[in-house]
Design a protein around this ligand. Structure first.
Ligand code: SFD
Ligand code: AMP
Length: 633
């Protein structure tokens, strides 16, 4: 076995990840831990200053409810999220985040994040819920507060978490390895918070060749949260609710600022607006098709119908939007000034958040005020914090959660001692960066309460740890043993390298589970075949080979992705209807069904190595009406 020192860290609360939810968990946990004399430890696979989805920065804070300003109520936000997710959401969780998110945003501002204000000192809104920011250093600012709270001695950066430690059905910590030195880490904890983000590159991306790996969501978020919670035995929810964002084509620049701030239209190659010409289609998805704003998946769907009829390319009409906004200024000199302002805002939107899009504009001589840019539907991502919903099934807040949705501690999964937040927790979409931070705070406080209530030091058998260590380091041994067998290290009958493994996974998902190349369409037969191929892939995972520490991480990232993929395929198969056209389409069940106004959950039982599918009621906190009642209206 490769020679690795084992480092054991004992802690009370363990935060896994260093992104938005983890940073929220860090500040809250550190505060309550200090009150109770507890230790907090945080582990990130990267460096917190620039790790996770906000690494490059963002140009907006997408969740700000402004309850105290009297602009919106918590119920308004819950209504918005429920409608956007076609009725399937945990209203208790959404409400809990919504009532805490404004204070998170105020903390960001206090810590130094510049939020745009108008001449009267009010926040500049991108849309109803979104605030504009100068966000290129967003993550650095949020991470600084988290690091100050937890203390550098308690933070482990560049340590990749692989597996949960589970004893008697309870999570007692995690194991992983350093991606810089030969060290194997064992973290033993009374309470563990999974905040390791979503999953990218489970599906074949649109980007290929020279742009390989480019994606909207960060490629370094590779399914660790899903794997960790599934393998601990936690019930998962909304594993079918992948997110397909519409983005500027090829460099994946977000569209929110264009649709909301610049009030742009998108038109097809013939100059028609699909949101107008395809409006009658929305009747087929009542009641959600008729709400405003039209749910994200249905906006996608109307666009896709045009594309499938050969009416592409689809354009964001940036030139039209800028012209419309500047012509509202009557004075010519002022109008020119406004035009310059709009141009710089357009560039800054991408320079703050998706720099490659600005580079692509420059490379293709695109001045947004002169010519439109293509937009397209991306490959699917797993992300519980934006407009998808996949993640762990967690306990709601005692004061809001209906019966069956509360089991003792906020955001605890169905596994004792294991909490989840941000992309790691499901059925509470539209939390984005700010809501993920707020949810991390909620989970952090609850985790401290759990650690106080369950004060016994966690214990786990050393032999068990040695067994896991051997398994985790195995790819290094496999490479070492067999590398000399062939002259090209990529081609070897005894092993598979992680990149090849990833391509195989992506091909399966693309072709059988409704990826880009099948226009996001699938069926029972396709899914069953896909599952068979995933089984073979999982067998071959035991032959993954790693040349160095970096590749060892790549190996495990792909194992993580594979489990996310399997949970996804099984859940789409289970839900025999099409509820989110524009995200995926079941050709054999092309309509939404009343009896599927329900959650499709799943759990993998570690003791039996078996999956169980569970249908759970959608319980409304704020709206009594179920689909069939709304449909009748
Ligand atoms: O325009 C391990 N997001 C946006 N949110 C907004 O509020 N406004 C926007 O403008 C947003 N847009 C946007 C967004 C994201 C991206 C990539 C772009 C544009 C280009 C979404 C938010 O960023 C997102 O909702 C939150 O960041 C989610 O928070 P969280 O904590 O669930 O995930 P994370 O921040 O990615 O952090 C994950 C952490 O886990 C670490 N990690 N650590 C140890 N071991 C492992 N095995 C690990 N695997 C992962 C990561 O390093 C990271 O620290 S717009 O498009 O809408
Ligand atoms: P995006 O850039 O697509 O991630 O969107 C940023 C924010 O704007 C999110 O809150 C989206 O839900 C919202 N959004 C984007 N496009 C639209 C649209 N056409 N109508 C309503 N909301 C939108």
């Amino acid at each position: 076995m490769a020679n690795f020192e084992t480092v054991e860290v004992n802690t009370d609360v363990l935060i896994l990840g260093g992104g938005m939810a983890a940073c929220g968990a860090a500040v809250e946990t550190a505060y309550w831990a200090k009150e109770n004399g507890l230790k907090v430890t945080l582990v990130d696979k990267a460096a917190m200053d620039r790790s996770g989805a906000v690494a490059m920065g963002l140009s907006a804070i997408n969740q700000y409810v402004d309850v105290c300003g009297g602009k919106n109520t918590i119920k308004d936000y819950v209504d918005y999220v429920r409608n956007d997710l076609m009725g399937i959401t945990r209203e208790d969780l959404v409400a809990n985040i919504a009532r805490h998110v404004d204070s998170t945003v105020h903390l960001f501002e206090k810590w130094g994040l510049p939020i745009w204000t108008d001449a009267d000192g009010n926040y500049v809104h991108e849309g109803r819920w979104q605030l504009m920011i100068n966000g290129e250093s967003y993550k650095v600012i949020v991470a600084e507060a988290a690091k100050n709270a937890v203390g550098n001695d308690n933070i482990y950066e560049r340590v990749f978490i692989v597996e949960p430690l589970v004893k008697d059905g309870k999570c007692v910590g995690a194991v992983g390895f350093s991606v810089r030195e030969n060290k194997f880490y064992v973290f033993k904890a009374k309470a563990t918070i999974a905040t390791m983000g979503g999953a990218v590159h489970v599906f074949k991306p649109r980007s290929s060749g020279e742009g390989l790996g480019r994606s909207w969501y960060p490629p370094f978020n590779s399914g660790a949260s899903a794997y960790f919670t599934i393998r601990a035995g936690a019930e998962m929810t909304c594993q079918e609710v992948r997110f397909i964002p519409v983005r500027f084509k090829d460099a994946y620049g977000p569209v929110g600022a264009w649709f909301l701030l610049f009030k742009s239209r998108a038109t097809n190659g013939l100059g028609e607006s699909y949101m107008e010409t395809r409006r009658p289609e929305l009747e087929n998805w009542k009641p959600y098709g008729l709400v405003k704003p039209v749910p994200a998946n249905l906006r996608n769907w109307l666009m896709m119908l045009d594309v499938m009829e050969g009416k592409g390319p689809i354009f964001m009409r940036t030139e039209e939007a800028i012209a419309n906004l500047s012509k509202q200024v009557p004075d010519e000199k002022e109008r020119k000034k406004k035009l310059r302002e709009l141009e710089s805002e357009a560039w800054e939107d991408f320079l703050d958040m998706t720099i490659s899009q600005a580079i692509l504009w420059a490379a293709t001589n695109t001045a947004p005020e002169e010519k439109p840019s293509e937009i397209a539907a991306c490959e699917p991502y797993f992300i519980g914090s934006h407009s998808g919903a996949s993640g762990a099934w967690v306990s709601g807040p005692e004061d809001i959660a209906p019966e069956g949705y509360f089991w003792g501690y906020n955001n605890m999964t169905t596994v004792e001692g294991l909490f989840a937040a941000g992309d790691a927790s499901g059925a509470s979409s539209h939390k984005f960066s700010s809501g993920s931070h707020a949810e991390g705070r909620i989970a952090g406080k609850a985790a401290v309460a759990y650690a106080v209530d369950h004060a016994d030091a966690p214990s786990i058998d050393n032999a068990k740890i040695e067994e896991i260590k051997k398994k985790i380091l195995m790819p290094l041994d496999i490479f070492e043993e067999h590398k000399k067998l062939s002259s090209d290290p990529d081609i070897n009958p005894n092993y598979i390298r992680p990149k090849m493994f990833m391509f195989r996974l992506q091909k399966i998902m693309d072709e059988y589970a409704g990826g880009v190349s099948t226009s996001f369409t699938t069926s029972k037969q396709l899914l069953e075949k896909g599952l068979e191929l995933i089984d073979f892939l999982k067998e071959d995972a035991e032959k993954l080979a790693a040349e160095d520490l970096h590749e060892l991480m790549r190996c495990w990232e792909n194992v993580h992705r594979t489990w996310q993929a399997e949970a996804h395929v099984r859940t789409i198969l289970f839900r025999e209807e099409t509820r989110w056209p524009g995200y995926y389409f079941r050709a054999d069940f092309p309509k939404m069904k009343d009896d599927w106004h329900a959650f499709a959950n799943c759990v993998w039982h570690p003791d039996k190595n078996e999956w169980e599918m569970i249908k759970r009621d959608v319980k409304h906190v704020y709206a009594e009406a179920a689909d069939h009642e709304l449909l009748g209206g």
